[in-house]
Design a protein around this ligand. Structure first.
Ligand SMILES: O=P(O)(O)OC[C@H]1O[C@H](O[C@H]2O[C@H](CO)[C@@H](O)[C@H](O)[C@H]2O)[C@H](O)[C@@H](O)[C@@H]1O
Length: 292
């Protein structure tokens, strides 16, 4: 997934009358119309940055679009819908940005999970590496201090180094991060790329795919669906494929997802259809939800 052309840079249009859903939205709706009648419900897993919120230069400034915020709130209470927000951000951070309670949140690529009751479970192996992550983060903050446009994001269990505002420094910064992790990471950390970022994480057996597989196993009879835009979402797309679900990629490439939509505005069009009409397709062929 290239970061060269970014269709998500624009914000919420704020004018739904002029917004015309394009093919990916129509395609996804057609798939859901066919498949929802055979399921008890829809397990709807949503990424945050680039999916619910447009990509912006300053990670602190990222905001869910007003329309997506309203729709997440509606879908939380919709019959036959189980909602989860699955993010690379820290859990408390992403929960604050979505600001809807009683929804499942996974943060730090699945290291942290809150099943909607406010209790945060942390992957024990990741928790054990906290002091190493902190040491590497401190080191990176020192080493990258003089790099204009480069920022280190503290997510407690992981760390992200941002270079969106210094694109010509991408390679040098990535090399520097990898060198610091190799020297100070005690063989407990790994790195991963994303959209103008390098992530530094504990080298543990969890990612968005593992989290989404776990949610799907618990939501028996529900059609699993994942909407995401980034490299870190690939494991979730693979998990959704393995579970026979529906994957929607937000971007401008064919990555083999069920459908591709262009932006958080198109995600909103999809969420609106699910809230307005999709709920009526659930269980239409006799599958009835009595448990959720
Ligand atoms: O899984 P996500 O919810 O998509 O989180 C992935 C990373 O998103 C954030 O960074 C990205 O969005 C920023 C704001 O638009 C942008 O400036 C940056 O270039 C993107 O990579 C977040 O800051 C990271 O912590 C997340 O891991």
């Amino acid at each position: 997934m290239s970061d060269q052309h970014d269709p998500n840079e624009s914000g919420d249009s704020g004018d739904e009358a002029r917004f015309q859903p394009r093919d990916g939205v129509t395609e996804t709706i057609a798939v859901l119309q066919t498949r929802l009648p055979d399921h008890h419900g829809l397990l709807l897993c949503l990424d945050f940055d680039g999916t619910l919120a447009p990509i912006v230069d300053d990670p602190e400034a990222a905001e869910i679009t007003p329309t997506n915020a309203e729709l997440v709130d509606r879908l939380r209470d919709a019959p036959g819908i189980e909602l989860a927000v699955v993010s690379g951000r820290g859990l408390a951070d992403v929960r604050g940005r979505v600001d809807v309670d009683d929804v499942t949140y996974a943060g730090n690529y699945g290291i942290e999970t809150d099943y909607g009751d406010g209790d945060i479970e942390v992957h024990p192996d990741a928790a054990a590496a906290e002091s190493v992550v902190e040491r590497v983060r401190t080191r990176l903050e020192d080493e990258l201090e003089d790099e204009d446009g480069v920022a280190v994001e503290d997510k407690r269990w992981t760390t992200t180094v941002h270079f969106r505002r210094a694109p010509d420094r991408a390679e040098a910064v990535t090399d520097r991060v990898e060198a610091v992790v190799a020297e100070h990471g005690d063989d407990q950390l790994t790195t991963a790329s994303g959209r103008a970022i390098v992530e530094i994480k504990p080298d543990v057996e969890t990612n968005k795919g593992a989290v989404v597989s776990g949610f799907a196993a618990e939501a028996d009879g529900y059609l699993p669906m994942y909407v995401g835009d980034d490299v870190g979402d690939r494991s979730a797309f693979e998990a959704i494929d393995a579970a026979g679900g529906v994957s929607v990629y937000v971007g401008d490439e064919d990555i083999g997802a069920t459908a591709t939509v262009a932006s958080p505005d198109e995600v909103a069009a999809l969420l609106r259809w699910i809230a307005d009409d999709g709920v009526d397709y659930v269980g239409g062929n006799g599958a009835v939800d009595e448990t959720h």
